[in-house]
Each structure stands twice: as C-alpha cells, then as structure tokens.
Design a protein around this ligand. Structure first.
Ligand code: RIB
Ligand code: CA
Length: 313
C-alpha cells in the first residue's frame, strides 16, 4: 500500500496530541516531519509539548519549532481549555531527542523538496507556519498534495460567535491558505463538534492498558473538564478529524464549497464564510466536512492506541 506522506503541524493541545497519536498508529500515513505552532499556548510550551508527545509515541522524525507569533494579529492562547502547560493532565516523558537546527518553515521546505511525491500538510492549530511556507516558497505549491486542516466552521464559531479559535488566532494566515489553490479538506466545528468522545469511550481506551492508552484516557478526561463545564456530553476531539479524513473519509460527509476568510471586522474577524448557494460563481476551494459517524470515529481512536504495545496481561 502506498502510504500518504504527511507533515503534522500543531499547537498541542490535547486534541492535537490525540490527532498525532492516531496518525502515528496509521499504516496509511507516513509522517515525514512534525512542526509546532503558537496557538493553545506559547510557542515555547507547544514546542515542549510536541517533543514530549513524540517521545511518548516513539515518533522520531525531524521536528522543528514554528513562528513565535501570528503573521499580523497578536497571539491568543487558551489556558482555560488546555491548562497552563497547554497539555495539563498526565505526566509525560521528558524529550528524548533534539529539534533539528532549522525553523518549521525551513523544515517543511526541505521535506517537501526532497519528497519523491507531493506531501499532505495536516495543520491542527493556527495556520501561521503553513502560510509562512506558502509566502516564502510559492514554487512548492505543486508539491503539496492537499491540506487537511482543523479550523473554521461554516455555521458558527467557538472563540467568538463567528470565528473558530485556529482561524481567529491568525486570520491573515488562513486567508493565504484558503486562497492558495491547494486542495483543502476543512475539518471545522461543523463536524468536529459531532466527533464527540464520551466517558464510556475514555474507559474503552483506558482498558487497552498500555502506557499510551492510559495517557490518552487522561488527556480525554482533562479535555472533557472544560467541555463538561460548557454543557457538552463528551470531548470533541477536533484535531483528530483532520487525520481521520485522510484515512477513513468514508465515515464522513463532505461538501465541496468555496470558502473565504474574513480578516477584518469587529464581530466577524476570523469567520470562514462558505458560499452554499454559489452566488459568487467561484469554484470550490475546500471539501468541508459536515458530518461523521461518531461511533466509527471513537472506534478509530480505540484501535489506534492498541498500536502502542500489547494490553497489560
Ligand atoms: O477550535 C479548536 C481548535 O483550537 C483545536 O485545534 C484546538 O487544539 C485548538 O487549537
Ligand atoms: Ca490544535
């Protein structure tokens, strides 16, 4: 089977961590590199979390630190959701490897140039690094197969009424990505808030019994705390949908839409506006995921953690 070459870019973040756990367990994907971005926490914290997650998962591929702040906007962080560390909850191993001596954009450029085939980017945080890559190396667009991103929402936001966090943190970057012409799979809130992992699923994952399974169950428990306080019945594992879309698109409903990003405004900055009626007459630039088989998604996570060693006897 030809594995899909991918680069993971995220702001871990509990759901980024679970997305990477799924990606690293998948035989369909070949992770070429991992890059951190600023979002849920500062770049220093998301980079430290990136290294700890990769150490836990045994994911030893070139890893680099991303830009310290959005392209234009001031940084926004989310300690209420992910804690002061950005990945509060279970104890994680200290990093057992060093970052490569280059920036995230330099690493993305190197990996894409050297790849025998076009590379898929899987950003699950603000799109700062991806936009920076496209600005610095527009000639590489032809070697980027697609971008499967978590971000946006064509019906509502979660950080403002109109904007989802990843897009709001760096709307200028998002506008660059959505107008790039590169095929996009958009896992926005429309689907990610249906990608709910319930407490009974936490127990199914914990029961797998290996060290990674236990950590994932504890990540879910921590992530659920905020969402339960908001009235959710489970934890919406937003970022893992961007990975699942690459390996099991059959469990999802996607709609080809033309989507543009609002970068101005007092009320709608960061909104991802979809042209459902085609009034603009523009060709779709994104496959917007609108639905998911929740149980199948939860089963994907349960099966993924089994990859990390046998259940305890
Ligand atoms: O709005 C959800 C997104 O914001 C997720 O990627 C989460 O990790 C945070 O970055
Ligand atoms: Ca994220």
């Amino acid at each position: 089977m030809n594995r899909i070459p991918i680069i993971l870019d995220g702001d871990p973040g509990h759901d980024d961590a679970m997305a990477w756990t799924l990606a690293n367990a998948s035989d369909e994907l070949e992770i070429l590199a991992v890059t951190s971005c600023c979002g849920n926490q500062t770049i220093e914290k998301t980079t430290y979390n990136t290294m700890r997650i990769c150490t836990l998962l045994g994911l030893h591929v070139p890893t680099a630190k991303g830009r310290p702040r959005p392209l234009v906007s001031a940084p926004i962080i989310a300690p209420t959701v992910h804690g002061e560390s950005g990945l509060d909850g279970p104890k994680l191993p200290e990093p057992d490897f060093e970052l490569v001596p280059m920036t995230a954009i330099e690493l993305m450029e190197k990996v894409i140039r050297e790849s025998d085939e076009p590379v898929t980017l899987v950003p699950t945080g603000p799109l700062t690094n991806v936009a920076g890559l496209l600005l610095a190396h527009p000639e590489l667009k032809s070697k980027i197969r697609q971008i499967s991103l978590m971000g946006g929402g064509v019906q509502y936001g979660n950080w403002t009424p109109a904007a989802e966090f990843n897009i709001l943190v760096d709307p200028e970057a998002a506008e660059i990505v959505f107008s790039s012409g590169i095929p996009i799979i958009m896992a926005g809130l429309d689907v990610t808030e249906k990608a709910m992992i319930f407490p009974e699923d936490f127990e199914r994952i914990r029961a797998v019994g290996n060290p990674v399974a236990k950590v994932v169950a504890e990540w879910l428990e921590f992530f659920y705390q905020f969402h339960r306080s908001m009235g959710y019945e489970g934890a919406p594992v937003h970022d893992a949908v961007a990975v699942a879309a690459l390996i099991h698109p059959e469990i999802m409903e996607m709609k080809d839409l033309y989507v543009e990003v609002e970068t101005e405004g007092d009320f709608c900055k960061g909104a991802t506006v979809a042209d459902f009626r085609g009034v603009l007459g523009k060709a779709p630039n994104a496959k917007v995921i609108m639905g998911i088989d929740r149980k199948a998604f939860a089963d994907l996570l349960v099966e993924a953690v089994k990859h990390y060693g046998e259940a305890e006897k």
